[in-house]
Design a protein around this ligand. Structure first.
Ligand SMILES: *Cc1c(COP(=O)(O)O)cnc(C)c1O
Length: 366
């Protein structure tokens, strides 16, 4: 079986974890500080604040923007549920701007239409490793004086015109097991604003600057040194791993270019894609439907996934939720019916990628 994602922790990480165990500091300590410094450099920002997962990273980022009840956060309808849950946990109302089909991210034109008098924050999602169209989104954020939280959980190292995804506003990252860089569970918030970084550090640690000196009602969102030790060596090899993912994506695209009815993903001009997922659309012109396509891939022992099978608010638990407004999203509604992600991760060999290509061609009847 060629799996859609693999976790492989190398010897360097193993050694660093042992070092932490022997040091006696296993909760948040010097390793977390080191991971933060090196992470900030990777994103190209001044500050990175480590937290215990990507969802709490989103909640903390929203909390330091001082949202009031009734304030609206506009995000993408095509995302992992954490994006929506974080908005609700922060006490805000969730609104949605439809996606573009070519990058699966928030469409600036839809955002322009979604911004209203109660909008306080824009939360684009850099999905699958490709950054959203920040050249279209940022001017709207500035023009309306809004906060900006970039859900960069899937796109560490992606850039727009050379600028890191997650460096435009508050960037939030996930270090969950399936992400490009993982500490098992973990998260990070990035910013160039020293004041916000300071508030985030206090917020993650019970609102405490010095022991028993509480400044705000905070949380325990701390990452541990054990987790940080897993991540540090992966940061060192991250660029190389991304290059491997880019090569795998290029090999998939070359092998699948002529398959009728299959729409392939592409790195858009000015953007650098880190290929968290390689997601194709099985369009109505394809020889098979999506279910059949997936069944045939599985038969050939090629893993795949549907990220995501529905728009994020299309579940009973959000249907009558007073703070979820199901704004129409026709592009996302179609994409959720057609999307399939194929293996592209950096542990694949050329031979593996060729096997994926062959299986996909067969499955699609090419
Ligand atoms: C993974 C992910 C999250 C949540 O991260 P966790 O670490 O699992 O809490 C948020 N948004 C997106 C788009 C994600 O892919």
């Amino acid at each position: 079986m060629i799996p859609i994602s693999v976790v492989r922790i190398d010897e360097a990480a193993e050694q660093l974890v042992v070092e932490v165990i022997r040091s006696g500091v296993i909760a948040q300590g010097p390793m977390v500080a080191r991971l933060e410094r090196e992470f900030a450099a990777t994103v190209g920002v001044e500050h990175a604040v480590a937290v215990n997962n990507g969802t709490t990273a989103l909640v903390a980022a929203l909390e330091v923007l001082d949202l009031q009840p009734g304030d609206e956060v506009v995000t993408s309808p095509f995302t992992f549920v954490a994006t929506l849950n974080a908005i609700l946990e922060a006490g805000a109302t969730a609104r949605f701007a439809d996606i573009r089909e070519d990058d699966f991210c928030m469409d600036p034109a839809a955002l322009a239409a979604a911004i209203g008098p109660r909008t306080k924050v824009v939360m684009p999602v850099h999905l699958y490793g490709q950054p959203a169209d920040m050249n279209g989104i940022l001017p709207l954020v500035q023009q309306h004086g809004l906060g900006l939280v970039e859900d960069t959980a899937q796109s560490l190292g992606a850039t727009i015109d050379g600028r890191g995804a997650g460096s435009f506003g508050l960037g939030t990252f996930s270090l969950y097991a399936t992400k490009n860089l993982t500490t098992g569970e973990g998260g990070m918030i990035t910013t160039n604003d020293a004041g916000l970084a300071d508030r985030l550090r206090i917020l993650r640690n019970q609102g405490m600057r010095q022991r028993y000196q509480y400044e705000v009602a905070g949380h325990n969102y701390r990452l541990t040194d054990l987790q940080a030790a897993l991540g540090i060596p992966q940061l060192a090899s991250y660029e190389q791993n991304v290059r491997r993912r880019k090569d795998n994506a290029a090999r998939l695209s070359a092998g699948l270019a002529d398959v009728p009815g299959l729409r392939l993903p592409a790195e858009l001009p000015g953007r650098s894609h880190v290929w968290h997922q390689y997601t194709v659309l099985v369009t109505d012109e394809a020889a098979v439907g999506r279910d059949e396509f997936i069944a045939r891939l599985t038969e050939q022992a090629v893993g795949c996934g549907i990220y995501y099978p529905k728009t994020v608010y299309d579940y009973d638990c959000y249907r009558d939720h007073p703070r979820v407004v199901a704004d129409p999203a026709p592009v996302a509604d179609r994409v959720v019916r057609q999307c399939v992600s194929l293996p592209v991760h950096h542990h694949l060999t050329d031979g593996d990628v060729d096997r994926v290509v062959e299986a996909v061609r067969k499955a699609a009847g090419a």
